[in-house]
Design a protein around this ligand. Structure first.
Ligand SMILES: *Cc1c(COP(=O)(O)O)cnc(C)c1O
Length: 387
């Protein structure tokens, strides 16, 4: 059922067998899953897929799981794209849309990546997982591991939102609260993983979370009837969603599902942790660690990321840009969206609305363009911080 053919090093292009367990390439870089796109192009009927149930696995041939019995699902995917007429007229953008990934299981789009990673790792024999997380990825891993009857070890900063702590605890997963940031959690997780023989599903350090998240790209293409929007603004931490969507667009073009038009991709970050914005505007090829990272948007508080080069490539190849906004503006944008549209988004997602305000002011986006922002997590998972 899957057209998965092999894995490829995102830096050197070196290829690897996809059917045994692997994390990074020999060059220490993310591996990307490759599919037999020619065969898929000949055999897959896009419109027949659209008649399947509306969830992530509608696109299962373009996902890495070979045995349907290994699919571990909580119904992720198939989230709506909502037109924001009220906010759009407030901002002078009549074609403003939001894809609401907050409606996923566990309340965030981390469900997509971890459904794919847990399903595939389980197929390859993994029984114990470990993850460092700002919060939402840990909740999602705990849920999917429980669903699969497998064990999860979650390493989370001790100041993570209480709901993230609770959602891990309730599954019976092994929770470690860390005095530090996600990269500190990552260090401890890696040490314990090596000792315990657990499979580490850190962002982009195994090939399949990005495969789940790329489905956002397939879904948005379908929702826009295979004519992609002009601008996509994405709240960027580790960058899996950005990298995944960019990959999805290339795959869909090779499948003959879309043409060569690409949205201009925009990374929105918090100004207290903006390594991608900095590297983009400095013209660097990769990101550098951000000192003293600080933002209440936990999913954006990612000071060190292995996916920097891939994110910067997507931003530049798409003629996109990247924008940093303050936490104060993030709180305001969260309330603006709720007051105008009734949508309670995560702080991370609110950064995209603040970024759109800046892009309109700079005339970087034009009123006739179709602009899509992402709600990556439900605001219900967060304590409301009134500004
Ligand atoms: C993890 C997370 C992000 C960042 O996502 P990446 O794809 O890793 O950049 C954004 N928003 C929320 C709510 C998250 O949980």
């Amino acid at each position: 059922m899957s057209y998965l053919s092999h894995l490829e090093c995102s830096l050197t292009g070196q290829t690897y067998d996809a059917d045994h367990l692997i994390r990074l390439s020999e060059a220490g870089q993310p591996l990307l899953a490759r599919y037999n796109l020619e065969k898929a192009r000949a055999e897959l009927d896009r419109d027949a897929l659209m008649r399947r149930p509306c969830d992530m696995w509608r696109y299962r041939e373009m996902l890495p799981v070979r045995d349907p019995q290994c699919i571990t699902t909580l119904g992720e995917g198939g989230t709506p794209i909502l037109k924001l007429d009220n906010l759009g007229s407030h901002l002078g953008l009549p074609h403003l849309y939001l894809k609401d990934e907050g409606q996923n299981p566990t309340g965030s789009f981390k469900a997509l990546g971890l459904a794919a990673a847990v399903s595939r790792a389980r197929e390859l024999g993994v029984t114990e997982f470990v993850i460092p997380t700002a919060g939402n990825a840990g909740g999602a891993l705990a849920a999917y591991a429980a669903r699969a009857g497998l064990r999860a070890h979650v390493y989370m900063p001790q100041d993570a939102p209480l709901i993230n702590i609770n959602e891990v605890q309730v599954t019976g997963a092994d929770l470690h609260l860390i005095n530090g940031l996600i990269n500190d959690a990552g260090r401890e997780a890696a040490t314990d993983a090596a000792a315990g023989g657990w499979f580490d599903v850190s962002t982009l350090k195994e090939p399949y979370r990005v495969e789940g998240k790329k489905i956002m790209g397939y879904e948005l293409a379908a929702a826009f009837e295979w004519a992609l929007p002009d601008v996509i603004v994405y709240p960027t931490g580790g960058g899996t969603g950005l990298i995944g969507m960019w990959k999805a667009f290339a795959e869909m073009e090779a499948l003959g599902w879309i043409g060569s038009h690409r949205p201009r991709m925009v990374a929105a970050q918090a100004d207290g942790c903006a390594p991608v914005v900095k590297a983009f505007h400095e013209g660097w090829e990769a990101t550098e660690p951000w000192e003293n990272a600080s933002t209440l948007a936990g999913g954006l508080r990612v000071p060190v990321t292995i996916g920097g080069r891939l994110m910067l490539q997507a931003l530049r190849q798409s003629d996109g840009t990247s924008v940093a906004v303050s936490d104060g503006r993030i709180f305001e944008a969260q309330q603006l969206l709720a007051r105008t549209e009734g949508i309670f988004v995560s702080l991370e997602a609110a950064a995209t609305v603040a970024a759109v305000q800046d892009l309109v002011a700079q005339k970087w986006v034009h009123p006739d363009e179709r602009v899509l922002v992402f709600n990556t997590g439900s605001g219900l998972k967060y304590r409301l911080l009134l500004s």
